[in-house]
Design a binder for this molecule. Structure first.
Ligand SMILES: [Zn+2]
Length: 409
């Protein structure tokens, strides 16, 4: 019997070809691709197509998605928003002057917000009570962070032990497909701290960047974010369920500068707390992790309180993006702002500019803090975090869809 072409097949193919063609103009545009290898090879071997042609193809694709009445509504909404992100990226490439807010709305299906510095100052006051005495709050934070540093070679065996436990906990709660796995690799000279590269076949490689010192108290968060139940878990489940089971071919490609990334970072920033309570975090560090790192003098409960108090400081990055792109401040001023409010060292603040100075990755920063916040709002409104987190891991979801779910109380 001939293979039946079902609704969505042709648009999914066009979508992949267009994304691969855009990648020829924007390095790093594709976060993961595990569709037919020949398609990517063809795109790479051909001369880059003119942006005007690609814009026309994107418009046709948007029309085709809208006209495909047979498609599952969530699948269609996801495709429509991803295509809108492609159109936005192409308009930027074409030299059109979008406002920063228009850019973020078009790429990520969210409206970015400036965070009042009073929120950061409030967090600083809580930190004042927790940190050992010293001069300024910045100096006290930097001095304290030094005490939790761990050499990369010493961290690697610990990372493997942490992954084993996080995987066990993830398997108990979420539909992790059989046979998935990932490896860890240390790398250098990257703008990020860690990156999960999903390579297809339920397999990922997690790169951990050693440009900046690693901290023993960040290791569990890092492995939950990249691995279990964060990025690797999401991409494995979507591969098994959406691509292999339902034939939604568009999920065999992940575009970095698009709404799916907002959801992915939301999932990843809340991954640790989905499988580990605050008390479990503290006792695991107190009884095992700190001792294995040779840092048993560290007070795990106080470290946890410091991490909690620092949470709102993650929104500093969004403000810095506004400052650089919307308010035209210099990189020097942006470094000073980052140091002052995020309490980072100058080295960390300068490293962060590497991420924000890229034309496309700058607006990506909103996906972290606001992605997590949007999940918090859903859980607060609807309860049963595990149920909703599973749906986010396994279904096509857009930020707009998530807000509709949150509002349906
Ligand atoms: Zn991430």
């Amino acid at each position: 019997m001939d293979h039946m072409t079902v609704s969505g097949d042709f648009v999914a193919q066009d979508y992949i070809h267009l994304a691969l063609a855009i990648e020829q103009h924007i390095p790093g545009y594709i976060d993961a691709y595990y569709g037919p290898p020949a398609w990517r090879q063809q795109a790479q071997e051909a001369a880059p197509q003119p942006v005007a042609n690609l814009l026309k193809q994107a418009t046709d694709l948007a029309d085709a998605v809208a006209a495909d009445a047979g498609m599952d509504p969530q699948r269609r909404d996801h495709l429509a928003k991803e295509v809108r992100a492609m159109q936005t990226a192409l308009r930027i490439l074409d030299g059109e002057e979008l406002t920063f807010v228009e850019e973020v709305e078009g790429l990520y299906d969210i409206t970015p917000e400036w965070m009042d510095e009073a929120v950061f100052e409030e967090a600083h006051r809580t930190l004042e009570d927790l940190l050992p005495p010293g001069d300024s709050i910045q100096e006290r934070m930097i001095a304290h962070r030094k005490t939790t540093e761990i050499a990369a070679e010493r961290a690697v065996p610990l990372l493997h032990e942490i992954v084993t436990e996080l995987r066990r906990r993830t398997q108990a709660r979420f539909p992790l497909p059989a046979g998935e796995s990932f490896e860890i690799q240390l790398v250098k000279d990257q703008p990020w701290a860690a990156y999960n590269w999903y390579l297809g076949g339920l397999y990922s490689r997690v790169d951990v960047n050693t440009d900046l010192p690693m901290h023993v108290t960040d290791l569990v968060y890092l492995m939950a974010h990249e691995g279990y139940p964060g990025h690797h878990t999401e991409l494995s489940i979507k591969d098994a369920r959406l691509v292999q089971e339902l034939g939604y071919l568009e999920f065999s490609i992940a575009i970095l500068y698009a709404p799916a990334s907002f959801l992915s970072e939301g999932i990843a920033t809340r991954a640790q707390e989905m499988i580990l309570s605050d008390d479990e975090w503290v006792s695991w560090h107190a009884n095992e992790i700190l001792a294995r790192a040779g840092l048993e003098h560290i007070d795990a409960a106080r470290e946890h309180a410091l991490i909690e108090a620092s949470k709102h400081l993650e929104a500093v990055g969004g403000n810095v993006a506004f400052l650089l792109r919307d308010r035209g401040v210099s990189e020097e001023e942006a470094v000073a702002y980052t140091q002052r409010y995020a309490l980072s060292s100058e080295e960390e603040a300068r490293h962060f500019m590497g991420f924000l100075s890229d034309r496309f990755s700058c607006s990506y920063i909103f996906n972290y803090y606001f992605g997590g916040k949007m999940l918090d709002a859903l859980f607060a409104a609807r309860g049963d975090r595990e149920h909703w987190f599973t749906r986010l891991l396994a279904e096509p979801v857009t930020p707009s869809q998530l807000q509709v779910w949150t509002a349906q109380t």
